[in-house]
Design a protein around this ligand. Structure first.
Ligand code: AHG
Ligand code: MN
Ligand code: MN
Length: 341
């Protein structure tokens, strides 16, 4: 292919979305306002990638000196990424409100800007413990429709994940990538650092149904529930055990990076409920971590449960509620879910 053809053959994020806007396969075309909203989020992720890349030279590392509603110490980049997403999305007219891991309550669109039909939720910087050690981190987002006639307060956000109209994440790693679903499968865009545009590099991503790789924080083993201990014991028993194969383990401690690996080559990711804080059903947050990742994983042919049932069917009760997460290769997720039954 000549250089010119190679350029013309490239599909940008804008082109990908406009083609979905034109194309109605029975699920309805992508609404233009949703396209514009996704483009603004993607632009904000580019800006976050830029800040992340400055590292020590930009003074973006280290603690912010503040805490969030979850009782976690905020890093400077948690706060910077949150601000970038708020600033980018507040004036466009597509949103009724936003909610974030880093904000105790919902952020209504200021009165001097037009209000729109969608709600945006985000984990502005996922994998905060990896920021200062230069390991992959990311941004996770979820888009819901704002129920008609409701004031966009907390209750408007309490919708099951199956109502999401779009979800995605950006991963800031050796390459910066954006993974997106609007319910038409999963597409991956890579940031072209020369032209500063998102270019489609994979579409129709499929997670293999079987795997030999698992991800869990083994240091919590003594706190797990019996079905999780049983499952992990079986994996560790390898070829001689009941599953009759040797498994490999990876744990990045950035959900985006662990999920991204699973989308790329399969695997099962687990953050089970544990006995450390009995009132918290898991570490990860339902609305802006578990739901968007579950939507993506299901769209790629994988499965996502809380050990009991499908995550996307859970009716949320609180904005920052937590949930146990088992997601990835279908057959493994189904097995560990069966052990809970
Ligand atoms: P966040 O940085 O947004 O608070 O999320 C961190 C989450 C998730 O990304 C990761 O899978 C998990 O916490 C890591 O937990 P451990 O520290 O227990 O490994
Ligand atoms: Mn997170
Ligand atoms: Mn976070």
């Amino acid at each position: 292919m000549s250089e010119a053809n190679a350029v013309r053959g490239r599909v940008s994020l804008t082109r990908y979305l406009i083609e979905l806007e034109r194309h109605d396969d029975g699920r309805g075309p992508l609404p233009p306002s949703l396209r514009l909203l996704i483009e603004v989020v993607a632009r904000a992720c580019k800006q976050i990638a830029h800040e992340v890349g400055k590292g020590a030279l930009g003074g973006v590392l280290g603690e912010a000196g503040t805490g969030n509603i979850q009782g976690e110490a905020q890093k400077k980049l948690d706060v910077i990424a949150n601000e970038i997403l708020l600033e980018a999305n507040e004036w466009g007219g597509h949103l009724a409100a936003m909610a974030s891991e880093e904000m105790a309550t919902v952020f209504p669109i200021p009165d001097h800007y037009p209000s729109g039909e969608y709600l945006l939720l985000f984990d502005p910087l996922d994998g905060s413990s990896n920021i200062d050690v230069n390991v992959s981190i990311g941004t996770i987002f979820s888009v819901l429709g704002c129920p008609e006639g409701t004031t966009p307060g907390e209750s408007a956000f309490l919708q099951a994940g199956s109502h999401q109209v779009a979800a995605g994440y950006a991963v800031y790693g050796p390459q910066t990538q954006l993974v997106l679903t609007v319910g038409h499968g999963v597409a991956v865009f890579t940031l072209d650092r020369e032209t500063h545009s998102w270019i489609l590099t994979d579409d129709g991503v499929r997670i293999p149904e079987d795997t030999k790789e698992f991800a869990i924080n083994m240091s919590n083993r003594r706190h797990w529930e019996a079905p999780v201990s049983r499952y992990i014991d079986e994996l560790l028993a390898g070829h001689e055990g009941p599953l009759a194969k040797d498994y490999n383990m990876r744990w990045v401690a950035s959900m985006v990076a662990d999920v991204h690996r699973i989308l790329s080559r399969g695997g099962v990711f687990m953050y089970p409920r544990d006995a450390r804080e009995p009132d918290k059903p898991g570490k990860l947050r339902l609305l802006y971590e578990a739901n968007p990742m579950s939507f993506i994983v299901e769209q790629a042919g994988g499965a996502a449960t809380d050990g009991r049932g499908r995550i996307l069917d859970v009716a949320p009760e609180k904005l920052h509620q937590r949930i146990a997460v088992f997601l990835g290769s279908k057959n493994e997720v189904e097995r560990v879910t069966r052990y809970h039954a």
